[in-house]
Design a protein around this ligand. Structure first.
Ligand code: PLP
Length: 361
């Protein structure tokens, strides 16, 4: 450590983000169910666009992302001028903290909320404020109680990761309407597409000037490896975020692949239906083995074990079978394992292995 060269306050408090495990030592053929990825990958139209983009590698990408923003706006019925695109929704979260929260400002999120809220708040020098949930569900009253003159941002994921639970539009509206005037509500919709008929809070955003949503191509669109996300909100916020966005933050390949992906809503519909079917099946199968889970609205299930020891032992057993799920101790849920909904064969494999684990315990 050098006594003179120091990072900004808060940065050394950041615990490095650990992604879902992708390998097990000594095993070649593992099944990864640890990062909420789409087991079917992206749509063929997205893959074709990706391949075509090779012809543009020598060209700088557009700085205003007009084609992608237009596609997103047309598909979702939005104003393209209020869409911003980023390197994953992570980058939009980061922009929000950088632009709106500084030293002594507070950034509020829930106890089992996505880890990037804390990391981005600390990176901006702000104070992360963690609020208790009720039965692994966002508690609007607890959030409102935690807000004060210093609150600048409130993040909720709806559905939430890693719990899979959701709150109603009425609850989101109540939260937005009661926040202190200087606070922005961020609706993280990384899993919104998995919920049939859900507008991800759009009606609330259109009616207010203090709410923004973040969305991603990493989950239902099957493009986690390419890193594309977007946000939609009031013009005054989008204008601010664009000022700190790098002009070439997204490559031609990212922009063109995402555009093709968002225009292929038939694929999204098929993936949503398949996910819902297998999620229901897996939840029932786990319940039959004595492992409860909350009703999940996303593409994973949070399996609750009787103790941390049992959850860890089950994880080790699954690994020995070549199955990788996600430990969530970092989300204050050490007695749980988060299992991504895979294709039918994967769900059957994981349910069978958990049955074996329970039988030998
Ligand atoms: C709730 C939530 N928000 C945001 C993200 C970030 O997604 P990305 O940066 O890949 O768009 C994730 C990824 O796991 C997530 O679970």
């Amino acid at each position: 450590m050098n006594d003179f060269i120091r990072p900004q306050p808060g940065i050394l408090d950041i615990a490095l983000y650990e992604g879902g495990k992708a390998s097990v030592a000594g095993m070649n053929n593992v099944l990864k169910l640890s990062s909420n990825e789409n087991p079917f990958g992206p749509s063929d139209r997205a893959k074709d666009a990706f391949a075509r983009s090779v012809h543009q590698l020598h060209r700088y990408p557009s700085t205003d992302h007009l084609n992608l923003r237009t596609a997103i706006a047309e598909v979702h019925g939005l104003d393209a001028g209020r869409v911003i695109c980023g390197v994953g929704s992570d980058e939009i979260i980061h922009f929000l903290c950088q632009a709106y929260a500084g030293p002594k400002d507070e950034v509020v999120f829930t106890e089992h909320g996505f880890l990037m809220y804390r990391i981005s708040a600390l990176a901006a020098g702000a104070v992360p404020v963690e609020v208790a949930e009720r039965e692994r569900t966002t508690d609007v009253d607890a959030i409102l109680k935690a807000c004060n003159r210093r609150t600048k941002l409130v993040f909720i994921a709806n559905p939430n990761n890693p719990t899979g639970t959701m709150i109603s539009a009425a609850e989101v509206e109540r939260l937005a309407s009661k926040l202190p005037p200087q606070a922005i509500l961020v609706l993280d919709g990384a899993y919104a597409e998995f919920v049939e008929g859900f507008d991800a809070g759009l009606a609330i955003i259109e009616a207010r000037d203090n709410v923004i949503m973040t969305r991603t191509f990493s989950k239902i669109y099957g493009l986690g490896g390419l890193r594309i996300g977007w946000g939609y909100g009031p013009k005054h916020i989008i204008d601010v975020l664009n000022r700190i966005r790098g002009p070439f933050n997204l490559s031609n390949t990212q922009l063109e692949t995402a555009e093709a992906a968002v225009r292929d809503q038939d694929y999204v519909t098929r993936c949503r239906a398949d996910n819902a079917r297998m999620r229901h099946w897996l939840a029932e199968a786990l319940a039959e083995h004595g492992i409860p889970s909350d009703t999940s609205m996303a593409n994973f299930i949070l399996a609750r074990f009787s103790s941390t020891e049992e959850a860890e032992a089950c994880d080790l057993f699954l690994q020995s079978q070549g199955l990788i799920v996600r430990r969530v101790a970092g989300y204050n849920l050490p007695h749980c394992l988060r299992i991504t909904i895979g294709d039918e064969a994967s769900c059957r494999r994981v349910a069978h292995a958990i049955g074996q684990f329970k039988a030998q315990a």
